[in-house]
Design a protein around this ligand. Structure first.
Ligand SMILES: C[S@@+](CC[C@H](N)C(=O)[O-])C[C@H]1O[C@@H](n2cnc3c(N)ncnc32)[C@H](O)[C@@H]1O
Length: 308
């Protein structure tokens, strides 16, 4: 089962007890969603979305006891606006985005996310859409592949890895996760007992590229912010610096200027407790940022007189 990361901190940030309508845009295993629903009033409703149809099915089972208080849809962040219009929700009181993949996705070898399990080199969160990781690994020109590793994986040995992959695929295309992981390990070597597998950054970079995660994140932040009503809150959990930087800048943009539209509730971002880090390795790199939308009046009071 996926253990929800920073559950108490997230709940505190979103204040579900005051919310009538909330969105969990990354429903996953529905751990956060279940806790949100349990704390919302009896009229409180939650829209849960996930780009992965398996997550939506699992969430439906877990949240069945909440009946019509739960609305579930398969869709990605860029679908959020359309889905909200379809269900007739003009404004919501809170939005949660818990980025990355769920444990059940990582642990299913057939999804191809893990460099520790043998499976097809796929990595699509929505298995019906877009290119697989194998398509990128087997087709991207060497320079573009190295750039992808640098940009999305912050991989210092990107050139060497890209060269090794291109040489190898000339003889035989990559189709399996362990095959790619072994090729990367052979290209860069790996210290015995090193904390990280040498293919960690390659796999992260491919996952981000396959799922267009950074473009999706920007689309999601904008859609979520637009959907929030006055006093509504947006909570985002990130797991690596690239996505955290996007969230940090987006939130800062809302609180800066002559007429700020939001208030940062976590100025530096919150990180998990030591106890949680020890218990759940997935939480180690987590950072939670929460932004509140200001009331219309607060915004106009802050505005400098005589300026629009
Ligand atoms: C870390 S998990 C969420 C776990 C969840 N909070 C829980 O308590 O079980 C992230 C989920 O977000 C989904 N996801 C990632 N990117 C997405 C996107 N752009 N649109 C919709 N869902 C996305 C993944 O499929 C995954 O199920």
């Amino acid at each position: 089962m996926h253990e929800p990361v920073m559950l108490e901190e997230t709940i505190r940030g979103l204040r579900p007890e005051f919310a009538r309508r909330m969105v969990d845009a990354t429903i996953g295993g529905a751990g956060h969603a279940e806790a949100l629903l349990a704390r919302m009033g009896p009229e409180g409703q939650l829209l849960g979305m996930d780009t992965d149809p398996v997550a939506v099915r699992r969430a439906a089972e877990r949240l069945a006891e909440f009946g019509s208080r739960v609305i579930l849809r398969q869709g990605c962040f860029s679908d959020l606006k359309v889905v909200l219009a379809e269900i007739g929700w003009a404004h919501v009181d809170g939005v949660l985005m818990d980025l990355g993949v769920s444990s059940f996705q990582l642990d299913d070898a057939e999804r191809g996310f893990s460099f520790r399990l043998d499976g097809p080199l796929d990595m699509r969160m929505d298995p019906s859409a877009g290119l697989r990781a194998a398509d990128l690994v087997n087709k991207l020109p060497e320079r573009d592949f190295a750039a992808l590793l640098r940009q999305y994986g912050d991989e210092p040995r990107a050139g060497r890895i890209a060269r090794a992959i291109v040489r190898r695929r000339e003889r035989q295309a990559f189709e399996r996760t362990l095959d790619l992981a072994a090729c990367v390990a052979a290209a860069v070597g790996g210290r015995r007992g090193a904390a990280r597998h040498p293919a960690t950054r390659t796999f992260l970079a491919l996952r981000i590229a396959v799922n267009r995660e950074l473009d999706e994140l920007v689309a999601g932040l904008e859609a979520a912010w637009t959907a929030l009503g006055s006093g509504g809150r947006l909570a985002v959990l990130t797991f690596h610096s690239l996505e955290d930087r996007i969230v940090k800048h987006f939130m800062r943009d809302q609180v800066r200027g002559e007429s700020p539209r939001g208030r940062l509730l976590t100025p530096k971002g919150e990180t998990p407790s030591d106890a949680e880090r020890r218990r759940n390795p997935r939480a180690r790199s987590a950072r939670l940022r929460v932004l509140e939308k200001l009331e219309q009046e607060e915004r106009s009071n802050d505005a400098v007189p005589g300026q629009s």
